[in-house]
Design a protein around this ligand. Structure first.
Ligand code: CA
Length: 461
């Protein structure tokens, strides 16, 4: 029988908050099990670092401009092909539980799923209402537990004669980072280290970095901090205090995810499904955990571009495998189809990651990727629209900085600007070398590569 696939995706979980990747700020023993017993991808990137678009890319195997979900304000058209429909046609039972965030009602509801039970819009952390096959109900408890409970409930009632495809989508650790009672006091007696670039002053960068409104010291709201700022702190102390408030609640939400991933893995193991089940953990994008003085995502910078991607599949994947090759969220759907033994439509824009997991990365595998953030200056975060190319060593970003009619954008064009980072010499992207004459040839090469990728993914100017 074709393998079962369990795809667990959280919302805004940066790789730096998984100890299999980093371990400086927290421990995630259950997520680490996936890396230890399977494969860890170290260079998995999203093509548009924001919730709704990344989800649409994963479902359709198409870039944002072709699946119609370019910004947070766009809804999916569920009449288009998606990977769940294709797996259904290949004989799979399909289900999605948890965050959907691609619109509701009519063509915006989940399609391709035999069973769906999803949070409306962003969803609530406590006593979340959910829409189960079109019917709204309230589920008492904590969202991360409930989403796992409901996934397990569906699993125990499934048809055991057929393989299954189950998407488990957590709301956590998305803003406003509300932990449950069980983890509320985790880290009470510790100080979480501040990241290297915590006091970035945004010099030597395009104007976009300084213009963004997602700074720890200035842009966190009372509902994010949940406590009044103590009096008598100097500005640096206040920034550090806010960071601790933010990061501890974030990590407490992550701890609950980790526990619940453990519950799902235990179920798989106890049911004897271990060898024939592909278990994946990822997040819809990365996140700034105080890096560059920020929270949130959107930028093509490393912390928000990089997705955690861990896969356990004992039948095929050797324990402790690490893949350095570049993987993209647009590659996920082809990967699922490959595991299912189903045809990958030529219209899909990604490639299966299955050979990489087996240690057989093809010689022709991608060494560069195209990125585009469409939502110009949304009212809250103010990030400029940009696109760019990342290669193994460099990153070239072009802030075209215009709305171009996209939803949720502000029609307030800014002067276009370029950024070039040498990731080997400057891994934290603190020094834009676009105008440095010694990089003139690199610029020409990367601009050519950017154009090649634009043509390839069919995103015209
Ligand atoms: Ca997200």
């Amino acid at each position: 029988m074709s393998p079962n696939i369990i795809f667990i995706m959280s919302d805004d979980h940066a790789a730096a908050a998984i100890s299999a990747y980093d371990g400086r700020i927290n421990q995630t023993p259950h997520l680490d099990r996936l890396a230890k017993e399977g494969v860890r991808f170290d260079n998995c990137f999203c093509t548009n670092s924001i919730c709704t678009p990344s989800r649409a890319v994963i479902l359709t195997g198409l870039y944002s401009h072709l699946n119609g979900v370019k910004t947070l304000a766009d809804k999916i058209d569920g009449t288009q092909p998606n990977v769940a429909k294709m797996l259904q046609a290949a004989g799979y039972q399909t289900a999605i539980v948890g965050k959907w965030h691609l619109g509701h009602g009519g063509v915006h509801d989940p399609t391709g799923f035999d069973y769906w039970n999803v949070l409306p819009n962003q969803g609530e952390y406590f006593d979340p209402p959910m829409i189960e096959m079109g019917e709204k109900k309230v589920f008492p408890g904590y969202a991360t537990d409930i989403i796992t409970d409901e996934a397990l409930r569906w699993l125990s009632g499934r048809d055991r004669s057929r393989p299954f495809y189950l998407m488990v989508h957590h709301k956590a650790p998305h803003r406003p980072w509300e932990p449950d009672e069980k983890h509320a006091h985790l880290y009470d007696d510790t100080t979480i280290p501040e990241p290297e670039t915590f006091n970035d002053d945004y010099r030597n960068r395009a104007a976009a970095a300084a213009a963004a409104r997602m700074r720890i010291d200035r842009d966190l709201k009372p509902q994010d901090l949940k406590q009044p700022v103590p009096e008598g702190l100097d500005p640096q102390q206040e920034k550090s205090w806010k960071y601790q408030r933010y990061i501890k609640d974030y990590l407490r939400c992550v701890a609950s995810i980790d526990d619940n991933v453990g519950r799902l893995l235990d179920y798989v193991d106890q049911e004897g499904l271990r060898d024939n089940t592909v278990v994946i953990y990822t997040s819809d994008q990365g996140f700034f955990l105080g890096d560059h003085g920020w929270f949130d995502k959107r930028f093509m910078y490393e912390e928000s571009l990089r997705m955690p991607f861990l896969v356990r599949y004992p039948s095929e994947v050797a324990p402790g495998t690490v893949v350095d090759a570049m993987a993209l969220n647009v590659d996920f759907a082809p990967t699922f189809l490959d595991f299912a033994g189903a045809a990958i439509p030529s219209t899909m824009q990604g490639s299966s990651l299955r050979p990489l997991m087996q240690g057989k990365t093809p010689d022709s595998w991608q060494t560069s990727m195209y990125y585009r953030y469409w939502m110009h200056m949304d009212r809250v975060h103010g990030v400029y629209a940009h696109y760019g190319v990342r290669t193994l060593r460099y990153k070239l970003i072009y802030y075209y900085a215009q709305a171009l009619g996209t939803s949720g954008s502000t029609d307030d064009p800014k002067p276009p600007e370029w950024e070039l980072f040498d990731l080997e010499k400057d891994p934290f992207e603190m020094r834009n070398v676009f105008d440095d004459p010694s990089y003139a040839e690199v610029v020409v090469e990367l601009q050519r590569e950017l154009q090649r990728l634009k043509d390839k993914v069919q995103d015209p100017e």
